[in-house]
Write a protein that binds this ligand. Structure first.
Ligand SMILES: *[C@@H]1O[C@H](CO)[C@@H](O)[C@H](O)[C@H]1NC(C)=O
Ligand SMILES: *[C@@H]1O[C@H](CO)[C@@H](O)[C@H](O)[C@H]1NC(C)=O
Ligand SMILES: *[C@@H]1O[C@H](CO)[C@@H](O)[C@H](O)[C@H]1NC(C)=O
Ligand SMILES: *[C@@H]1O[C@H](CO)[C@@H](O)[C@H](O)[C@H]1NC(C)=O
Ligand SMILES: *[C@@H]1O[C@H](CO)[C@@H](O)[C@H](O)[C@H]1NC(C)=O
Length: 272
């Protein structure tokens, strides 16, 4: 049997630990606030093979002031060395992984505004992966991670074909996309799409609408797991004018859920 004295003793010990825990938590919160922040607005950018891509990263100090001695290090998960390193107002590339030689740069003029974004030139397939932007300066310590995915995408050229229909031609897509045509009311129109494979699995997309068109607005959507190109084609007596907007499918989970639903359907078919 524990005596009253023992119960009080252990209660005090427990109380001390609980109080200590709360104090540590409060200190941690205060400390993290005083450390400023490092963030990205674009955690899932998509690179277009052979083109340049921006990996966004910005930082803010607690006071809002940015001293000149900022240290910025970009690294890529699973790779030795650094992608890029900037320290004491200078570039330090002794440790740079050869994959990035002469292909990356920061924007030195805007570092003091909190811009630590990295420009990666002539994107390659092996550039895919998780990048980490780490910033250390007075009033800020932290890092942000950016997952770069790589594919190929291009706006289609939409023309009126001889049989008074429409044909869309997009020179480069990877992975192979789906093509959908819609009328002004958003109803799907019949079409037939062909792919011809160029280098590295990149396909050229040719899609023919299977209905006659009249003056008006038609929509052609070319879409894969990474990118959606929405083209609005305005057909007039004189021809076709087209505008295309690209949106990047922001989360890699979109692809995952697609895979899951497909395998679920397969499973159901097997069970039957
Ligand atoms: C950083 O600066 C570059 C060059 O001025 C600009 O293109 C980019 O949008 C900026 N990034 C951020 C996150 O502000
Ligand atoms: C679109 O196709 C037409 C007809 O084939 C061609 O004259 C025109 O140059 C093409 N435009 C582009 C931007 O490729
Ligand atoms: C769109 O819908 C309206 C009303 O339902 C219809 O009158 C019109 O013909 C439709 N247009 C097309 C291009 O299908
Ligand atoms: C689309 O094609 C299918 C099969 O080829 C056909 O049955 C259907 O009538 C077509 N729809 C339209 C709107 O032309
Ligand atoms: C027009 O021709 C293309 C091939 O040149 C064909 O795929 C398409 O179905 C034709 N469209 C109509 C409305 O006949």
């Amino acid at each position: 049997m524990a005596s009253i004295g023992q119960i009080i003793f252990w209660s005090m010990i427990v109380l001390i630990f609980v109080m200590a825990g709360i104090i540590i938590l409060l200190l941690a919160i205060a400390f993290s606030v005083s450390q400023g922040s490092v963030v990205t607005n674009t955690p899932f950018p998509v690179g277009n093979l052979g083109k340049d891509v921006m990996l966004g990263c910005k930082f803010q100090t607690k006071t809002g002031q940015i001293s000149s001695s900022v240290s910025i290090t970009w690294q890529k998960d699973g790779l030795t060395g650094v992608v890029y390193q900037y320290q004491n107002n200078g570039v330090h590339l002794q440790d740079q992984n050869p994959q990035f030689k002469n292909r990356v740069t920061l924007f030195p003029d805007v570092i003091t505004t909190g811009n630590a974004s990295l420009l990666l030139r002539t994107v390659r397939m092996e550039d895919e992966g998780v990048y980490r932007c780490s910033v250390t300066a007075s009033g800020v310590t932290g890092s942000a991670s950016i997952r770069l995915r790589v594919g190929a995408f291009s706006a289609p050229n939409i023309t009126r074909s001889e049989n008074n229909s429409l044909a869309a031609n997009a020179p480069r897509w990877l992975p192979k996309p789906d093509v959908t045509w819609l009328d002004l009311n958003g109803s799907q129109l019949n079409s037939s799409t062909q792919f011809s494979t160029l280098t590295m699995g990149i396909v050229q997309v040719t899609s023919n609408l299977q209905v006659q068109v009249t003056d008006g607005i038609y929509t052609c959507i070319i879409q894969n797991a990474l990118v959606t190109a929405l083209s609005t084609a305005t057909v007039t007596g004189n021809g076709v004018s087209t505008t295309t907007d690209f949106t990047f499918n922001s989360s890699p989970n979109i692809m995952k859920s697609h895979v899951i639903s497909t395998s679920f359907i397969l499973f159901c078919m097997l069970v039957r």
